[in-house]
Design a protein around this ligand. Sequence first.
Ligand SMILES: *Cc1c(COP(=O)(O)O)cnc(C)c1O
Length: 437
Amino acid sequence: MGAGVLSGSAADPSEAPEGFHRVGGALHVDGVPLATIAGAVQTPAYVYAASTIRARYTRLARAFADVPHRIHFAVKANSNLAVLALLRELGAGVDIVSGGELYRAQQAGFGGRDVVFSGVGKTSDEIAQALDGGVLLINVESEAELTAIDAVAASRGVVAPIAIRVNPEVTVDTPHAYIKTGEKGGKFGIPRDDVTRLIEVATTLPHVTLRGLGMHLGSQIGNADPLRDALPRLVHLLGVARAAGHDIRYMDVGGGLSVPYAPGDVDADVEDYAALVRAAQAETRLALVLEPGRFLVAEAGVLLTTVLYRKHANGKDFVVTDAGMNDLIRPSLYQAYHAIEAVEAAPSRITADIVGPICESGDFFAKDRSVDDVPAGGLLVLRTAGAYGFSMASNYNSRPRAAEVLVDGDRYAVVRHRETLDDLVRLERPHPDWRTA
Ligand SMILES: *Cc1c(COP(=O)(O)O)cnc(C)c1O
């Protein structure tokens, strides 16, 4: 379902297809044609389907319905305030990695108790901001950070609730090395052999209270093997922390659930994942913290772009789009695959390189890809762009960042305006305001 022609019973809203689907060849999001959005807000634009975010959230929440848990959305995957507010309404908390993300979460209506603060390099200012905001947990990634948190908490006369991020040192199979985070030798977490000592250090610090242990193995984890190896290590260390007298309440299993990008990719087996995590939870009886990012939002988004030019050179076809690597860097950075489709059904296909306008050879979305044959002026979408899309966008080549649009049923709203030329230079001064050293 969800693809093909709308049937005669479409008057019943419960029958209207949700998410991305075609009506008479034209790609729609819920009840809105993508061509309508392109006409109204121009391109490039990110378009998100609220219905897909709801469906993904509900699917994960159902799998954990009968155990104490909270889904803390990893804000770095998609930090748009409207997306955050939607997830908050669904019951999510957030997992943040910077003071900027904390500010965004607060602007979207999250309270301190909704927030878990992760990340390997928190500044004293960010730690202070988190303590003032009353976050649920600060996930500690080094001994030096632990003492820094203690010092900042002391200066503010509070006790910081912390969790230790364990690096369980398992072998993680991800599509790109840059998205592994739970392997030996990486910068993330406390090596598992050092955790016991850090638990002891925490005991001696008066301004921290150890409330949990966590881990995050990486992103796009294709199967359950790393988790199967890592969970017993986490459970064991939780026992160590409790035996040391800490009032442990949380077991944070991180994010990393995969989504299908390319034909033949399989979706994460949520039930299998939940069964493993729940078995570990049953041993500890702690409240689970889940930190999915990509899983909740990737498939809910597309990058909508116009074909600027068709070009034929050295026996090769090129499709030049108005979106570039500054808008969506995943193909360049991770050799990531994004499906590319015409917005209005195209009669034929070609094999081409789909490239952006940026002055970098790395600015491509696909190479030698069989794609819909769309002429200049036609619209394309890059699918599965709702995670690590806009949130990684930049102004490289002095390109204003794209608009973001949220669709819900038969309505749509611009939830981030396209940047203007003035936005590009607003913080700069052509005539420096010199200060004397
Ligand atoms: C990035 C990140 C996540 C989310 O990862 P996904 O692959 O998007 O699910 C969760 N936890 C931490 C600590 C992260 O850094």
